[in-house]
Design a protein around this ligand. Structure first.
Ligand SMILES: Cc1cc2nc3c(=O)[nH]c(=O)nc-3n(C[C@H](O)[C@H](O)[C@H](O)COP(=O)(O)OP(=O)(O)OC[C@H]3O[C@@H](n4cnc5c(N)ncnc54)[C@H](O)[C@@H]3O)c2cc1C
Length: 435
């Protein structure tokens, strides 16, 4: 990998996501050599992926070059590398561009879409975890409408304009809201010769309420907002299969659709060599102690979605969200500095700053530790928080300007088919693209 030997200890970080970047920032100018490996050369701000999928934002406004984050960090090396294996005995990481030894290893690989073993949905459904996947979804949505114009078969046309989103968490809710706004505000103008009133947005939730990780009042309000926008909310229904057209469920409800978006679960990205049963908890997360050390190791740490730190307050680990990843990255960074200085590490304490989701224009739900609110003010809070946590001044300005423009003009101008999407087996496609 062409990384010089150093008299300082070498920290290898796998993953430049929320956790990896927060950690890296803490190690700047310290007596350590830091090597950051990521299979993408950019940080992906996942909370706004749904806006890329629905033409509200261009992908480059939610991605940020990792090399730019590390500019001016003298002790840092970034390598664009896909990590495939870890040898914990030889203290070595194997990647598609070569291998590298570590003194300390930090796993911050995040999570991936979990299909719970359903091969049909994995092959024919759409995921929204990466920027390429979001662009695929954007193209598919737009191509469906172009195709709907061309067919005289009413059933086929309805299927092209029927969207099924599986999973009533923030991703599903936000995507359903955005599609409903497109149906109302954009489709009739873009496709005057198509009866776009027949377009359907179906949001399917296996449990008895949307946003199950938020308060009951947030769930109720989000559902009301969505229904107001014309979204069909289906609860207590499990999708069981999808063949590219027909969606079956565990009830007698079924759908015909050209687009099924799977937002119903994630599991941690584990890496060979550190994927034995004794290290892993539910959802493939690595079991860590209160210092983020992976069970059984003093020199291997895990943070973010991939780490499970069990405590009385969080028996299943912290939520797989950006805030825990950022806080864990910062805390581990400070602990690694203490380690270099020969001082004892401090246990991690998670400060819950709340959670939020937006449903659409002027509509969001916010649960803060002491107060819960919904509606217009919540929507402004949601926007402010997302702008604040976006990485990069340019990205913040571009996103802000886009939002103001979209708000004033009731528009989403990034509805472009830049990369035509041909629906095919997604398993093969993802393998080719290494998503
Ligand atoms: C659509 C969507 C919406 C979301 N909305 C919200 C929200 O509104 N609020 C919120 O708090 N959270 C939200 N989340 C969750 C949040 O994005 C994650 O919890 C957060 O990104 C976790 O941070 P992380 O550092 O653990 O992993 P990530 O940010 O996912 O970073 C992992 C990094 O590891 C790299 N990587 C993975 N495997 C390898 C490998 N083998 N080799 C090299 N590099 C590798 C990846 O390329 C990536 O850069 C959302 C997630 C999604 C998908």
């Amino acid at each position: 990998m062409n990384i010089p030997q150093s008299s300082n200890p070498r920290f290898v970080i796998i993953g430049g996501g929320f956790g990896g970047i927060a950690l890296a920032k803490k190690l700047r100018d310290k007596e350590a050599q830091v090597v950051l490996l990521d299979k993408h050369n950019y940080h992906n701000f996942q909370p706004l992926l749904y806006q890329v999928s629905t033409g509200g934002l261009e992908p480059d406004s939610i991605a940020y070059p990792i090399r730019k984050v590390l500019q001016g960090y003298p002790n840092f090396y970034f390598r664009l590398a896909n990590v495939v294996e870890i040898d914990t005995v030889k203290k070595k990481v194997f990647t598609n561009i070569g291998d590298i030894n570590y003194d300390y290893l930090i796993v911050a690989t995040g999570s991936q879409t979990n299909y719970f073993g359903n091969k049909g949905i994995e092959a024919m459904g759409m995921a929204m975890k990466t920027i390429p996947q979001s662009l695929n979804l954007r193209s598919l949505i737009l191509e469906n409408f172009e195709q709907a114009l061309l067919t005289d078969d009413l059933h086929a046309r309805d299927a092209l304009m029927n969207f099924v989103i599986v999973g009533g968490g923030p991703t599903g809710v936000e995507l359903a809201g955005a599609l409903a706004e497109i149906k109302k505000g954009i489709l009739p103008k873009d496709y005057p010769d198509l009866d776009t009133r027949r377009a359907q947005i179906n949001l399917i939730q296996a449990g008895d309420r949307l946003l199950p990780a938020m308060s009951e009042v947030a769930s109720r309000k989000a559902e009301r907002f969505l229904e107001g926008l014309g979204v069909n909310v289906w609860k207590n229904i499990r999708v069981s299969d999808y063949d590219g057209l027909h969606v079956t469920t565990d009830t007698d409800v079924s759908f015909d659709t050209a687009t099924l978006v799977w937002a119903a679960g994630v599991s941690a990205v584990s890496i060979k060599g550190l994927d034995a049963k004794e290290f892993l908890c539910r959802g493939n997360r690595l079991k860590v102690n209160q210092f983020h050390q992976v069970e059984g190791f003093k020199n291997i740490f895990a943070i973010g979605d991939v780490a499970q730190m069990e405590s009385e307050d969080f028996p299943n680990g912290h939520p797989m969200m950006a805030q825990p990843a950022i806080q864990q990255g910062r805390s581990l960074g400070e602990n690694l500095v203490r380690l270099i200085d020969g001082k004892p590490m401090k246990p991690f304490v998670y400060r819950d700053k709340g959670s939020m989701a937006t449903v659409g224009r002027n509509k969001a739900v916010v649960d803060l530790p002491k107060i819960k609110f919904q509606g217009v003010f919540a929507w402004f809070v949601w926007m402010f928080v997302h702008l604040y946590f976006l990485i990069g001044f340019r990205n913040r300005v571009v996103v802000f300007i886009n939002w103001v423009y979209n708000y004033v003009r009731f528009d989403r101008e990034a509805r472009l088919i830049i990369r035509p999407f041909k629906k095919q087996n997604q398993v093969e496609r993802n393998k080719l693209m290494q998503d």
